[in-house]
Design a protein around this ligand. Sequence first.
Ligand code: PXP
Length: 253
Amino acid sequence: MTARLNVNIDHVATVRQARRAPEPSVAAAAALCEQAGADGITVHLRADRRHIQDADVFTLRRTVTTYLNLEMSVADEMISVALEARPDAVTLVPENPNEITTEGGLDVRANSKAVRAAIDRLRECDLFASVFIDPDAEQVAAARDAGAQQVELCTALYAEATLGARGVHGEGAGRAAAELKRLHEAARLAAQSGLKVAAGHGLTYRNVGALAAAREIEEFNIGHNLIARAVLVGLDPAVREMREAIRRGRAGG
Ligand code: PXP
């Protein structure tokens, strides 16, 4: 079984918000991704609403026919939106006011009370709760103890290392291999703890394959690299190529 691909379409909303215009439509983008074989759609509702708006979440809940994963902070205001919109999964992420994108995983150990409270609210309403964490044994244990049903492993350090890697012996390759090992170990540990395992952040057509070889990883959330390619070649081939990169990685080459 290959891992599922959820396409993060935040950047489609970013283009729309640049002009506060009606287009491009996030619902149309989601439908095109689904038609191209995406297994799900991911969107991130941020406190500053700089790309996805509350209305987008409700629209997507009506139009997405595969799987809708909603990323958000643990803030009460955000959890209330999730309870009303009822996505298929809610992924809890850290959020800092001036960040360009999510900076690393949620420190579940240090924020266990707030994370547990958010997860309790979600699960009481039968929503599936995932937490975005660094690939670290203590964070996996803290996520499980807080009641999460899934962890999404943050692949940012691995992805950064692969950007510096030139071939298998190049600069960054050693660091990429070490990060890959950390991710594989955390995935194994999470699965052994009864958690479902997802991964994402900074993944590309070139670096996703090595990670997809880890059979515990059931789902990838990929945005920037895929949408960047879609700007040039269209969403349909961009989604198909990413699915193929994941499939080939899982098959071992
Ligand atoms: N997973 C999480 C939790 C994220 O916050 C993001 C970025 O919004 C992604 C995955 C996707 O990262 P990227 O856009 O770099 O593929």
